[in-house]
Design a protein around this ligand. Structure first.
Ligand code: GUN
Length: 285
């Protein structure tokens, strides 16, 4: 059997089509969604990510402002800029690209973002809302995984879901989102004993640990749904996920590729959160 390849590029296009209608409705009411992106330092990967986010905003009709700061910028200056953006009614979302230079405390920075503008969903209040099942912004990557699963009509209630990875950005929120849809969720880590015993019992496996080709076909139940959040370079410099795609696609029922799976969804869900934030602001008058 060969798995259905879950196409993140196609799902992303569909979600962006729905967003265009929501942006048009806001603009008709005189509200243009606005996103502020802050980049501190000169991490080349961060620069590419930030540029892609700004470009995606332009394509979606979202106004964006981008602030670039040198690596030796003080934490006080970054916090002052966040406070100004919190108070700016033309800005509905604030994103500080991570990682930050080591002299800046990331927790202080994330805590300074107004939760109603926290489109990355990294503020403890956003994470707490997700845990409590209350409205808030959900982190973009696991939110994008949920969109892919829903697009392919993967049943979740009562199914065994295994999340490999326990980061605050992907693993933990992913587990909470699956739990919120009544899946039976197990979180595994890089230290889990007999990882394969857990993954072989799973109807749905999401892998987000940053280990090239960690999940192989012999670790997957026939017909299972496998989602690969990893982006790694192998020894030959090839872009690979945390899933050994070639062996897993022969066993699983559905699988996401790398590239072209979860990756394209992350920026799309950022746009979705920015539009939702603008809708909430417009409704609040
Ligand atoms: N660095 C890597 N991924 C992300 C992300 O989704 N948001 C932010 N702010 N920084 C990141």
């Amino acid at each position: 059997m060969t798995a259905v390849i879950m196409d993140g590029v196609a799902v992303s296009k569909e979600v962006r089509g729905r967003l265009a209608a929501r942006v048009a409705a806001l603009v008709a009411k005189g509200v243009r969604p606005g996103l502020a992106v802050m980049l501190v330092g000169d991490n080349p990967a961060s620069r590419v990510y930030v540029r892609n986010k700004v470009k995606a905003c332009a394509e979606a009709g979202i106004h964006s402002v981008m602030d670039e700061y040198p690596a030796d910028t003080s934490a006080a200056d970054v916090l002052a800029r966040i406070r100004a953006l919190n108070a700016d009614p033309s800005i509905h979302g604030i994103l500080v690209q991570l990682p930050l230079p080591p002299h800046i405390d990331v927790d202080d920075v994330l805590a300074a973002i107004a939760p109603e503008k926290d489109v990355d969903g990294f503020h403890v209040e956003s994470l707490g809302a997700l845990m409590a099942g209350k409205p808030g912004f959900q982190p973009c990557t696991p939110h994008g995984v949920m969109e892919i699963l829903d697009h392919y009509q993967v049943p979740l209630a009562g199914r065994n879901a295994v999340v490999v990875g326990r980061s605050n950005i992907v693993g933990k929120p992913m587990a909470l989102m699956l739990l919120g849809r009544d899946a039976t969720v197990t979180i595994c880590t890089s230290k889990t004993r007999d990882l394969a015993a857990h993954t072989r019992a799973a109807d749905i496996v999401v892998v987000a640990v940053g280990r090239p080709r960690l999940l192989t076909g012999d670790m997957v139940k026939p017909g299972a749904v496998v989602v690969d959040v990893g982006i790694n370079r192998d020894a030959d410099g090839k872009l690979v996920g945390d899933v050994d795609f070639d062996s897993v696609k022969e066993v699983s029922g559905f699988v996401t590729p790398v590239p072209g799976g979860v990756g394209p969804m992350t920026i799309t869900m950022l746009l979705a959160n920015a539009v939702t934030s603008a809708e909430r602001a417009a409704a609040a008058g």
